[in-house]
Design a protein around this ligand. Structure first.
Ligand code: FAD
Length: 402
């Protein structure tokens, strides 16, 4: 079966590959700070029309016509080279498309360009102690006082809050309304007075998560996305983008390749572990799941290209659940390859998508962290409910009164 995208798109891929040979930067540019180098290359990608294609140029994107196949090729090639410009960050991947859909003109102009260029970093303030899966029960309040909202309460599990310049999040602005109707979607400056960010140490040794406390924090009244009391609908848009990021089959493919590389480089009884029939069996089984996800991805792409979005809906709902399950299998298999010896391996700075500087080796870190994506952006049980109720039309799960 020929799974290539045809001559026209393969020459587009070749042209893109030539462009990506420019990363990493060389010469004088390579002497700039890592953040500046990323900004330079991201800007170059926008100018060439490879990065942020679906975002109009007036907001800092490259404003190209919708082309799902070109998007897919760009995703694959940027991932292969690790060049900066993908959408895996919360700002470009989640906040920018939400602002485009629901934001007023002033907010779009102010925040989208600097988010895409990487000047502004974001964090997502949704979860609270006691409000995770039941997100609509959040209690952190925002009360309008003149031309500012005054915020009090606490968020938790806020990834990247330590480094973020701004938070986009959900706040209760109508305490008397029913729980879904009482929420607004606000932007908050993380340097504002009254914000206290406390990192949470994980079993990996890393500290990606934080608690964020608000004590009379003020944010301008106009920093609202969507209408007052209608933040729930806005949050659904952001979550859709988040789940697509977490569930990307491409991440699964990357992790699988790391597993195979590990099996080649790890010795077992004086031979590469990949020559062990047990290891080969396990890798072959996992590869079946990985290839099935890739094929499903191609089916979704084909449905989108042919304007049959409805056909793509059920697989789209399933892909986050499926891919986070398979990524756990991959991480467990990698960990089993290195075994207890993995605990003695030196800590590594980077290896795969779950990388952060920690106190354990990448195999151990990835295994421990692989449990997380199945929870982030909506836990697996919640995904199963969504698939059952919205995808398959099964009766709704009983819910507490709202
Ligand atoms: C890696 C990672 C990054 C994260 N980053 C952020 C972030 O940046 N910002 C942010 O706001 N939050 C973030 N979170 C938090 C995440 O959104 C919540 O952990 C998630 O929504 C689950 O909420 P909870 O932890 O309160 O678990 P709970 O809601 O208490 O769920 C506990 C268990 O009960 C099950 N359960 C709950 N309700 C139901 C139901 N109705 N039916 C069946 N089973 C149910 C769940 O599936 C789960 O297994 C992150 C989490 C992780 C793991």
């Amino acid at each position: 079966m020929d799974l290539s995208f045809g001559d026209e798109y393969e020459s587009f891929r070749a042209e893109l590959r030539r462009f990506l040979e420019g990363w990493p930067l060389t010469g004088e540019e390579a002497k700039r700070s890592p953040a500046e180098q990323e900004q330079i290359f991201r800007k170059r990608g926008i100018e060439h029309g490879y990065v942020y294609r679906d975002i109009p140029s007036e907001y800092g994107g490259s404003g190209r016509p919708h082309d799902p196949i070109a998007d897919q090729i760009i995703l694959e090639e940027y991932a292969r080279t690790g060049a900066p410009g993908n959408k895996l960050d919360q700002g470009p991947g989640m906040l920018a498309p939400t602002l485009l859909e629901f934001g007023g003109e002033a907010l779009k102009k102010r925040f989208i360009p600097s988010t895409l260029s990487g000047e502004i970093q974001w964090c997502q303030g949704y979860s609270e102690p006691g409000s995770g899966s039941d997100l609509a029960s959040i209690q952190t309040s925002a009360v309008l006082d003149g031309d500012h909202w005054v915020i009090n309460g606490q968020k938790i599990w806020t990834s990247n809050a330590v480094h973020a310049d701004f938070m986009f999040g959900l706040f209760r602005t109508e305490p008397d309304a029913s729980k879904h109707a009482g929420i607004s979607y606000l932007i908050v400056d993380m340097k504002a007075s009254g914000i206290d960010v406390r990192p949470l140490k994980q079993m990996t040794g890393s500290m990606e998560f934080n608690e964020v406390f608000f004590d009379d924090v003020r944010t301008p009244a106009e920093n609202i996305i969507g209408k007052r009391g209608e933040g729930w609908a806005v949050s659904r848009a952001t979550l859709k983008h988040e789940r697509n990021l977490i569930g990307s089959p491409r991440l699964m493919g990357e992790q699988f390749e790391l597993l195979v590389a590990r099996a080649r480089s790890t010795q077992r009884d004086g031979r590469p572990a990949i020559e062990d029939p047990g290891v080969r069996d396990r890798i072959a089984e996992i590869e079946g799941y990985v290839r099935a996800a890739e094929t499903t991805n191609l089916r979704m792409l084909s449905a989108t290209v042919h304007g049959e979005e409805l056909k793509a809906m059920l697989p789209m709902m399933m892909i986050k659940l499926y891919s986070t399950d398979v990524m756990q299998m991959i991480a467990k298999a990698t960990y089993d390859l290195v075994g207890g010896g993995g605990l003695l391996e030196p800590a590594e700075e980077r290896d795969g998508i779950y990388a952060t500087s920690g106190t354990v080796s990448s195999a151990v870190h990835n295994y421990m962290f692989s449990l997380g994506p199945a929870i982030a952006g909506g836990a697996s049980n919640i995904q199963r409910n969504i698939i059952g109720e919205r995808g398959l039309g099964l009766p709704r799960d009983p819910r507490p009164s709202s």
